[in-house]
Design a protein around this ligand. Structure first.
Ligand SMILES: *[C@@H]1O[C@H](CO)[C@@H](O)[C@H](O)[C@H]1NC(C)=O
Ligand SMILES: *[C@@H]1O[C@H](CO)[C@@H](O)[C@H](O)[C@H]1NC(C)=O
Length: 190
């Protein structure tokens, strides 16, 4: 190999090739139609006690109307207190826990939530924009849920407490599992 073609070879290996393999991780091309859930990527995305699998997603699979997640919460683990302007349906596959739901999005802050026991083979939906939290309050068993949301990718507003004003809730977008493949929108330069 002459020197120029050798240096192109190294350029290809170190710069182009990683770019190609990165983009394929974030692309629907080449994914089989029928996928084995046990072989889909799962991660805690830095949230201890969580295992999240995007079963069919906007960013990864090109879904436009709905997105489906399989999530497992170890005993004591929970979602943040949060809200989103999409519909959300839960199906509890195993375990049990507590849903906290504050149906007061018209007030200045969520306020003390109502508590609902959730259990294996139960289902519930979260009204659009209501602050909520799902908590595995069962000390002995994982809580596993199938989650369906509309209007992906999800834009989530996170609260530090039930008494934090809605206007102070922090937008997390892209959300944890969309971060790798969805670039945040460019910030307005003022
Ligand atoms: C799905 O994946 C799991 C884990 O790799 C494997 O044990 C199982 O046999 C697979 N199922 C099928 C039908 O291939
Ligand atoms: C959930 O309920 C349905 C309807 O009764 C039943 O067919 C199904 O077996 C139940 N699943 C579990 C895991 O209990």
């Amino acid at each position: 190999m002459s020197e120029p073609s050798l240096s192109f070879f190294f350029f290809f290996i170190f710069f182009l090739f990683p770019a190609i393999s990165d983009s394929s991780k974030c692309s629907i091309k080449g994914l089989p139609l029928v996928r084995n859930i046990s072989e889909l990527p799962q991660n805690d995305y830095g949230r201890g006690g969580l295992s999240h699998i995007t079963i069919a997603g906007s960013v990864l699979h090109g879904m436009n109307e709905v997105e489906v997640w399989l999530q497992t919460f170890s005993p004591g683990s929970r979602t943040p207190i949060h809200r989103h302007s999409c519909e959300e349906v839960f199906v509890v596959l195993r375990g049990s826990g507590t849903l906290y739901l504050a149906s007061s999005s018209h007030e200045k802050f969520p306020g003390k939530p109502q508590e609902y026991s959730i259990f294996s083979n139960s289902t519930f939906q979260i009204p659009v924009n209501d602050a909520h939290q799902v908590w595995n309050t069962n000390e002995d068993e994982d809580l596993q849920v199938l989650v369906i949301i509309s209007r992906p990718p999800v834009k989530v507003f996170i609260y530090d407490s039930w008494f934090m004003p809605h206007t102070a809730a922090k937008l997390k977008f892209p959300y944890y599992w969309d971060e790798e493949c969805l670039q945040p929108p460019p910030k307005d330069e003022l």
